[in-house]
Design a protein around this ligand. Structure first.
Ligand code: ZN
Length: 276
């Protein structure tokens, strides 16, 4: 009897794994059908392990590491600007998301999240810069895009990056806002080494949105070329992703699953830049 139940448990486990890997294959296939990769593949990240300075724009206190862990580990000089790092106003009711992440009413949510971020970025040798904008769920007024543009712009002035990397803008209002604000800065300053990343886990959970967002960017005059990760880059053991225990709990996802999907990047420029 004991033997039988063990076999049963084992077969359930392997079926669940089978389903997981089949879902990965299917979603990768669906996405490849949606948008033709086409065009040249650029290699703008090569040598970031020996020189250059990378500024990564992260909407929340986890997105840069969730989405770009291997690249952050590879690049030598990395600064991560998190836009929505601000504390909720005192006495504000706890956001539903924070409850889902396991926070209790007496906890300082953002302090815990900044500690998670500091730990993860120190493992990757990156420097955190925390903005104090309020994330969705804490805001009573609409987010001020001009203020976010100003924050990114002043950070570019102080960090003076050779490369800037920002989110594609998937699934979440805060992400789209940060993507648009970053685009404004990159275009206004004609930054030559501008790149976007596909945010995990949204890219793997809803691969269709990756294609839709790339299509929208192209329609607005952007030129996107797939960016190849440098040879020799290591995915690692996802230990930096694991630092964000509260967020992984809210997402109901393990660090392994998050890191299993390949990191995806595109070089971004704009047609009007090339014509001028
Ligand atoms: Zn986020």
């Amino acid at each position: 009897m004991r033997e039988a139940s063990r076999t049963f448990a084992g077969s359930r486990l392997s079926k669940s794994n089978e389903r997981f890997f089949r879902a990965i294959k299917e979603s990768a296939h669906r996405e490849s059908l949606l948008v033709d990769e086409g065009g040249p593949v650029t290699e703008g990240f090569v040598d970031l392990d020996i020189g250059g300075r990378l500024l990564v724009i992260s909407p929340h206190l986890d997105d840069a590491v969730f989405s770009c862990e291997a690249l952050l580990r590879y690049a030598r000089d990395v600064h991560v600007l998190t836009i929505f790092g601000g504390d909720p106003p005192p006495g504000a009711p706890m956001a539903e998301w924070d409850v889902q992440c396991g926070f209790g009413a007496d906890m300082n949510v953002m302090e815990v999240r900044r500690e998670e971020d500091a730990r993860a970025l120190s493992m990757l040798g990156a420097t955190p810069i925390w903005g104090d904008e309020l994330q969705e769920g804490y805001r009573t007024d609409p987010a001020d895009r001009d203020r976010i543009v100003e924050l990114i712009s002043s950070t570019v002035d102080s960090v003076r990056p050779s490369h800037i990397l920002f989110p594609l803008g998937l699934s979440h209002h805060d992400h789209l806002l940060v993507a648009e604000a970053s685009e404004v800065v990159a275009r206004a300053r004609k930054l030559p080494n501008a790149f976007v990343y596909a945010e995990r886990p949204y890219a793997q959970r809803r691969p269709r949105v990756v294609g839709q967002r790339r299509h929208a960017l192209r329609a607005s005059g952007a030129l996107l070329f797939s960016e190849r990760l440098p040879r020799g880059i290591h995915r690692g053991d996802h230990s930096a992703i694991r630092c964000y225990a509260t967020q992984l709990r809210g997402l109901r996802m393990s660090a392994f699953r998050m890191g299993f999907f390949r990191e995806r990047y595109w070089h971004i420029s704009w047609r009007d830049e090339q014509e001028s």
